[in-house]
Design a protein around this ligand. Structure first.
Ligand code: BGP
Length: 466
């Protein structure tokens, strides 16, 4: 697939998030988030003891960074507002937070770069977590208030809005597999959280469309949801049980969101199976009508790796939670050894075609895709430039499959790389670096270009993948 061309109006940019870039965690009225609390309590849970406090200093360096994005010939980027910065404890606007986000948005637009705004990227104000966070149904209204205020404040400037980034991650990492604080392993709780996030998404979309109808938001504004969709695969000659493992993995992680976003419904086969297993979802009167409002204008598709599954050996795990699948290790798989994720570029095509088939007329874009590598200094050449050919190869192969999907009828509008400038990555902190642009932590977070920066600048300018 050499020298493939992407459509002329195909957009290029980067994804990032407030909690991973801004830093300035206690400046100008920003409230503590769940990530700061975890950092305060257990700093050694973070790689090299680097907690959530610093980000990559975007708070102070946003002008420089936006110019860097322009230099890469990007026309857009996505970041998230931090709930903790925009609102105070009473759910009212924090003037300093408002001022900061206006400055970032204005500077971007003045430089010809479009900002896509996402509202929730794994972060939550600690005072809401103290009231049960996403396990408490009352949070849905609090989120609705946050979304409404953000839409009204920035709606005249921001065209593309997103309710959540990867809504499956908080239920999974915090409540189901015990990877992140509060390290719970309670599937019932995880599904309650997933359900409340779903209702919060639907409420925000309903409010957005209402504001548009009332003329408070420009007609051109749109709203979407971003998920880390994972194309599901199993063995070559699967048993009935292997296919069942695919159905539920796909159902909970992918179809749940595809159905809400394209049909305004939950996948009822998944809900039925959960019920049979005794997983109770507290569906109340009025919920169905609210879920019907969850249909979006387009989707963000974050792609890192496929989900390879097979029938589980045990149906219940050691914590008493249902198990739908075991991992299936494909013999030919190629790994990103630093992140422990499979690299399978064809998966981006397969899932693009799944969206095209299962959600007809729903456009989407690649909202994240990237390669994180540890210890990149070892790839420095004699001029001190990091020769990240692995990153060039990674992006090139994925873009080639995107081009093929478009050729085969997928309505994929653009590509945002995660993340053009190295940033803080949750518990992994600065372990794996993703950027075309590096950040020198020991030298005041100075930015520097890697080899891939020149390559991506050419691709985003010409739309030719070579
Ligand atoms: C996605 C998240 C990002 C980012 C990325 C890379 O799932 O939306 O926030 O962190 O993954 O993953 P990691 O930082 O864990 O290496």
């Amino acid at each position: 697939m050499n020298n493939c061309k992407l459509p002329k109006d195909f957009f290029f940019g980067t994804a990032m998030s407030g909690p991973q870039t801004e830093g300035a965690y206690n400046k100008d009225g920003r409230l503590p988030s769940i990530w700061d609390t975890w950092s305060d309590r257990e700093i050694n849970a973070f790689h090299n003891n680097v907690g959530s406090y610093v980000g990559n200093d975007f708070y102070n360096k946003y002008e420089e960074d936006i110019k860097i994005l322009k230099g890469l010939n990007f026309d857009s980027y996505r970041t998230s507002i931090q709930w903790t910065r925009l609102l105070d404890k009473n759910g009212k606007l924090n003037p300093k937070g408002v001022e900061y986000y206006h400055k970032v948005i204005d500077f971007s637009l003045d430089n010809g770069i479009d900002v896509f705004i996402n509202l929730h990227h794994f972060d939550l104000p600690q005072y809401l977590e103290d009231r049960g966070g996403w396990t408490n149904r009352e949070i849905i209204e609090a989120y609705g208030n946050y979304a409404r205020l953000a839409f009204k404040e920035f709606g005249a400037k921001v065209k593309h809005w997103f309710t959540f980034n990867e809504p499956i991650v908080v239920p999974m990492q915090m409540y189901s597999n015990g990877a992140w604080y509060p390290y719970e392993r309670d599937y019932n709780k995880a599904m309650t959280v997933q359900y409340h996030i779903t209702l919060a998404h639907c409420l925000a979309v309903r409010e957005f469309n209402k504001l548009k109808k009332e003329g408070e938001l420009p007609e051109v504004c749109d709203i979407g949801l971003i998920n880390n969709f994972a194309p599901p695969y199993t063995k070559e000659n699967p048993s009935k049980e292997d296919l069942e493992a695919v159905r539920m993995t796909d159902g909970v992680h992918n179809r749940w969101w595809l159905d809400v976003c394209s049909k305004g419904k939950l996948p009822f086969d998944v809900i039925d199976t959960l019920k049979e297993l005794g997983i109770s979802i507290d569906m109340r009167e009025g919920d169905e009508a609210l879920i019907a409002c969850g249909k979006v204008d387009w989707l963000g598709f974050n792609y890192y790796q496929p989900a390879r599954v097979q029938a589980p050996k045990e149906k219940i795990d050691e914590h008493g939670n249902p198990k739908f699948a075991d991992e299936y290790v494909w013999q030919e798989r190629k790994m990103n050894i630093y992140r422990g994720w499979e690299i399978y570029p064809r998966g981006i095509y397969d899932f693009a075609m799944k969206i095209t088939k299962e959600c007809p007329n729903l456009p989407f874009f690649i909202s994240e895709n990237g390669m994180g590598v540890e210890g990149e200094d070892k790839f420095k050449n004699s001029d001190g430039i990091i020769e990240d050919d692995y990153r060039i190869e990674f992006v090139k192969e994925h873009l080639e499959w995107v081009a093929k999907a478009i050729e085969d009828g997928a309505d994929c509008r653009g590509y945002h790389y995660w993340a053009a400038i190295d940033n803080w990555s949750w518990a992994n902190a600065f372990k794996n670096r993703y950027g075309f642009i590096g950040v020198d932590l020991a030298n005041k977070y100075t930015r520097f270009s890697k080899k891939s920066a020149t390559w991506i600048a050419e691709v985003s300018k010409t739309k030719v993948i070579k």
